[in-house]
Design a protein around this ligand. Structure first.
Ligand SMILES: Nc1ccn([C@@H]2O[C@H](COP(=O)(O)OP(=O)(O)OP(=O)(O)O)[C@@H](O)[C@H]2O)c(=O)n1
Ligand SMILES: C[C@](O)(CO)[C@H](O)COP(=O)(O)O
Length: 239
């Protein structure tokens, strides 16, 4: 593992865009879900601290305009965040995830590698982050994914459904890591309704998407029951 970290570090700059510019409408909470406490600490802080474990990384944290002051308040007394203050850029988010990623990408002025990660996936592990940088340095793209475990049916307009072969289906997670020039070129495009993640944008630009294996624990906190699962997983991982 240490060999590849060494080789990536020697060759390419590393950035991560942590997208946390959404409103969390499906969570139906009073504050945006990325600031909800998970075992006493805001979800977004768990995520950011995970990425700060990567050597020499520059973080671009994308936030809703109205919550930037709140971010400064909650990080003022956080020793890890303060120690790495030179590694941070804060950017205002856009009207969609695509626009928020684009705002983050515009801050990057060098070539290298960039990992895009949902601020609300705090259970990502360091091995996946490192693997995504390694594979993206070799292939240009690295998109985290897990195999579907449930049965799946496709529902037609007439309400009838047919079984789908799940052995061909993967669920897509983040990080999604790319060569920066490749990604910048792909994002020079009008936003499309099917851009649900960065991989769909790069694919639209004709790029081949390389999948890497993710982790079933790397959940996206979307609705209230996800908080209960995330708290339990976090407790388990902290021993
Ligand atoms: N305009 C947006 C929309 C989403 N995101 C971020 O993209 C990630 C994944 O999006 P999602 O889970 O859908 O978050 P929200 O858009 O906040 O939630 P919802 O769709 O329920 O409103 C989140 O970390 C979210 O903050 C963003 O940076 N900017
Ligand atoms: C990027 C993503 O997390 C991959 O699973 C997902 O597509 C985000 O979707 P959302 O509708 O913004 O939650």
């Amino acid at each position: 593992m240490s060999n590849f970290i060494h080789s990536v570090e020697n060759n390419q700059r590393k950035y991560a865009i942590i997208v946390a510019g959404g409103s969390g409408s499906r969570m139906k909470s009073e504050i945006p879900k990325q600031f909800l406490p998970l075992n006493g600490k805001p979800i977004l802080l768990h995520t950011v601290e995970k990425f700060l474990q990567v050597a020499d990384i520059q973080l671009i944290v994308v936030l809703p305009k109205n919550d930037i002051y709140y971010w400064y308040e909650i990080t003022q007394s956080n020793q890890t965040i303060q120690a790495f203050s030179n590694n941070f850029t804060i950017v205002v988010g856009g009207a969609s995830r695509f626009q928020s990623v684009k705002n983050g990408l515009n801050q990057i002025k060098t070539d290298g590698l960039v990992a895009v990660h949902d601020g609300v996936r705090p259970l990502v592990n360091l091995e996946i982050i490192q693997k995504s940088f390694q594979v993206a340095s070799e292939k240009g793209t690295a998109v985290t994914s897990v195999w579907v475990k449930d049965s799946v049916r496709e529902v037609g307009l007439d309400g009838k459904s047919i079984a789908i072969d799940r052995t061909k289906l993967k669920l897509i997670q983040t990080p999604q890591t790319f060569n920066i020039n490749l990604m910048k070129n792909a994002f020079e495009v009008d936003e499309q309704s099917f851009f649900t993640d960065c991989a769909s944008v790069l694919e639209f630009a004709g790029k081949t998407i390389t999948l890497i294996e993710g982790d079933y624990e790397n959940i996206k906190i979307t609705t209230p029951e996800d908080m209960i699962v995330a708290e339990a997983l976090l407790r388990k991982n902290q021993g």
